[in-house]
Design a protein around this ligand. Structure first.
Ligand code: 3Y8
Ligand code: NAP
Length: 245
């Protein structure tokens, strides 16, 4: 009997959860617990880490999971690595639902960097107003370039002091819109954007807005992930599941 574990945290994971629920397939949805009130899902949902590979293996056994869909984010490298290891250990089928990286088009002014650290080094120039659209988890690195005024887009209101001194926090969760991002860039007089090459629709509007306004973007490219079976659409995952039940 099929039972699916969906590792979520992205728009694609939510769309997959709806498709799986509509088909009445037995499934559990999982969040890491990174934000205060994650979006409710139409499936039984667990929140929090598993406790590394061994914790995930134990979970797969306890819940009799037969299929894992890793629909986490391209930058969720640790989770994705753990999935490959745990699925192999348990002999459970696994697939990643991921989205292709964004590619620059005419009018884009992107400076591609390989890591958050390289993005910080790329900011070594006179003070500007810089939008950091990278969430909360890597902000401390930018304290190395204190000359800028940072505009931070965060999912939750910070509960403790942030590791930067000169900043404006904008509390907002995506998916975002072109109108909203144009207004943000103009109202905050943004001169440069730092973001991750997440792909997908939910975070892309800031790039269209930057192109319209002729703003440069420091684009952090994705970390290396282990080789794995990948799908780029909900339909492909549903047919992959269908092959097995
Ligand atoms: C907890 C669960 C849905 C999912 C929506 C997507 C789109 C909107 C855009 C910007 C970029 C960023 C960030 C972002 C986007 C979607 C998607 C996406 C980027 C939620 C969610 C969880 C998280 C975790 C959060 C991280 C942060 C990253 C903010 C839910 C809302 C920057 C990634 O405060 C924190 O600690 C935030 C942490 C991991 C990256 C980081 O390193 O800080 N996502 N985001 C998930 C969990 O607990 O397992 O409430 O929906 C989900 C979404 N955020 O169903 O509609 O599909 O990517 N998320 C990035 O892409 O660069 C914002 O501001 O322009
Ligand atoms: P990560 O660095 O790869 O994972 C770190 C640890 O968090 C994992 O080892 C695991 O803990 C736990 N974890 C991650 N995703 C989980 C999930 N869906 N369910 C249960 N535990 C999970 O991941 P991350 O970058 O912190 O991302 C955390 C969540 O935010 C993910 O759901 C991801 O899809 C979402 N997200 C991340 C980004 C991003 O930029 N990184 C962007 C958008 C959304 P254990 O080892 O204890 O099991």
């Amino acid at each position: 009997m099929i039972k699916i574990l969906i590792l979520g945290g992205t728009s694609e994971a939510s769309a997959l959860a709806s498709a799986v629920a509509k088909r009445g397939l037995p499934a559990i949805f999982s969040y890491a617990g990174r934000v205060n009130s994650p979006k409710p899902q139409p499936l039984p949902t667990r929140i929090g880490g598993f406790g590394g590979v061994s914790g995930l293996v134990a979970f797969l056994a306890r819940e009799r999971i037969t299929h894992i869909v890793d629909a986490t984010h391209p930058f969720a490298a640790q989770m994705s690595t753990n999935v490959v290891a745990a699925a192999a250990q348990r002999g459970v089928k696994a697939i990643a639902l991921t989205r292709p990286a964004w590619q620059p088009v005419d009018g884009d002014q992107w400076q591609s960097v390989a890591s958050v650290e390289e993005a910080v080094s790329a900011l070594a120039y006179p003070p500007q107003r810089v939008l950091l659209a990278i969430g909360r988890m890597h902000l401390a690195s930018f304290a190395a370039q204190p000359q800028h005024h940072y505009v931070l887009r965060l999912v939750d209101q910070p509960t403790s002091p942030l590791p930067l001194s000169d900043y404006t926090a904008v509390i907002d969760r995506g998916p975002f819109t072109l109108e909203g991002d144009l207004a943000l860039l103009e109202n905050q007089r943004i001169e440069r954007i730092v973001c991750k090459n997440s792909g997908g629709e939910g975070a892309a509007s800031k790039l269209t807005a930057a192109r319209r306004l002729g703003l440069p973007v420091v684009m952090i490219e994705r970390p290396q992930l282990p080789s794995r079976h990948e799908a780029h659409s909900i339909e492909d995952v549903i047919s992959w599941l269908g092959d097995h039940y």
